[in-house]
Design a protein around this ligand. Sequence first.
Ligand code: SF4
Length: 259
Amino acid sequence: MARQSKMFDLVTCTWNPVILYPCPHSCIYCYVNYIAKRYNLQDYLQSNGRPILKEERLHQNFPRNGLVFVCDMCDLFTWKVPDTYILKIFEIIHKHSRTRFLLLTKNPARYISLLETYGNEIFSQNMIFGATIETDNDELYQKHKISRAPPPTQRLHHLKTFLSKIELDRKHAWISIEPIIDFTSPQTFAEKILTLLDHTDKLTVYVGYDNYDILKRHNIPEPSTEKTLELTDMLKQHGVEVRLKTIRKERQTILNYLQ
Ligand code: SF4
């Protein structure tokens, strides 16, 4: 079941060969809960927290030169998903060398563990290694119990470590800052992200605010538009491919930015 991704405009379609519901990260803003219940997705509702590999979904066609987002309805790299499932998925990715596959996780420590256990060979050139990093303020993140996933700066550190160890001709990393949560300062957050550039050839960063006001309902602070745009400007200045999603319409700030 491939469908267009609403999350990233660069993505051609999504691919969900593994079902895991509820996802153990339990993010406060998780949209999968809403979708699974609203559309009565029995595959999900019956998963009961057990990962299920949908073998029939392994044998589908992918668009040549397309970009496929792997598992946008759970985190494939939580410790709950067995290595064997991930290895089967990686084999399929290997076979479709003309298609690129976006891996995105809140647990990039698993990338390292896979690399150390199985070696470089399981990874391939057409993989993009991603992590969601909503903020660099771990204290705030933990205070508001935003997710059970590892703290965001630990994720960043693990992604960087992985990128420094993996041997590929060309590496592409991807950060999703969505939903963006208030961060320390544009300079500090940008500097932390930019350390990835030492170990990757290309870095794509998506930035977007919470579309559903879930953070607001939980009194979780979001940065001002101005602060966010300062961050994205700094990233762009260093050659990062920045893609803006929903940005708060604080009219004057946007107008200033467009000038
Ligand atoms: S990692 Fe994704 S799927 Fe898992 S709980 Fe968080 S938002 Fe939901």
